[in-house]
Design a protein around this ligand. Sequence first.
Ligand code: ZN
Ligand code: ZN
Length: 369
Amino acid sequence: MGTTPERRRTRDAQRRLRERGADALVLFPSPNLRYTTGFDEEPSERHLLAFLPAEGDPTLLVPELYDEQVRRESWIEDVRTWADADDPTARVAGIVTELDLDGGHLLVDDTMHARFTQDLRAAAPDATFGLASEILAPLRVRKDETERDALRRAAAVADAVVDDLRALGPEVVGWTERELATEVADRLAAHGGTGVSFEVIAGSGPNGAMPHHTHGDREIQAGEPVVLDFGTWVDGYPSDQTRTLVFDGEPSERVREAHDVVRRAQQAGVDAVEPGVTAGAVDAAAREVIADAGYGDAFLHRTGHGVGLEVHEEPYLVAGSERELEPGMVFSVEPGVYLEGEFGVRIEDLVIVTEDGAERLNETDRGCL
Ligand code: ZN
Ligand code: ZN
């Protein structure tokens, strides 16, 4: 079998395990499992565990009903199945013994359900435990070319939908936020996305001043800004971008000014991105523009978050963060201004940190009209 990205990542993880003196990663259905094995499934009550030892080949323990699926999706050859009539905890204990893990240091998936960690503890009473993210987070934070390619394509789908919405223009006036959100979801699918990567945000007028408002029954009016924040999945990777649009009529001077401030802040944030710069410095670059314009108290959240197999992951662009940016990191730059009872403005693009700066994944117009 050729080298898949998942196989390469597993080899990297195994090297890190050996460097740390740890003996195995034990994963369960999660982004970590998908990252290393290619197998993607929701957690359930059934035992589905991957044992990635520091040396040698990984072992997957899966319910029999997943047998074919796991063989199709994963590069791992040692797949053990158990039937519903079997005792899966005995199977776990058998693998622990076979891999000689009792007495070792095991790094378990951060989100593993307690019942499965308890089975591991019972099977390896002399082992010590840590979290898989100790090994995998530093790997996952730097996206490889396969991941970057999927993120670019997901961003292009979101951009295409923004262009569609802009073209609809006055037609949108009178729709409810909910209707607009449904239209967004339909168009994301029509342009090749799979589902939505989070609930579509369509915050019209005063609703836009609540960063977490998703959508409701309010009707969109001419002249008011609508915060549109949405994304979709492409090959397991999400898009996440925001534009604040006025669909018809003239925005007020106050809307124009706030929109311009956010746009300049967003540009300043993107311009600040390069390897070696801290996440906190990017936050500061965007925040300073907003503060200088007198809207400092209206910028209610961090400037951005990492995006990868999860829509929110490391690194977080938060005030004071000393975390240094590295080539291959992907995150959002999304400053906003939220004026209670009036309106909100947010502009968000995803960027990849390159060797000497940033590659912006969203290129669609950032203006409000
Ligand atoms: Zn967003
Ligand atoms: Zn975001």
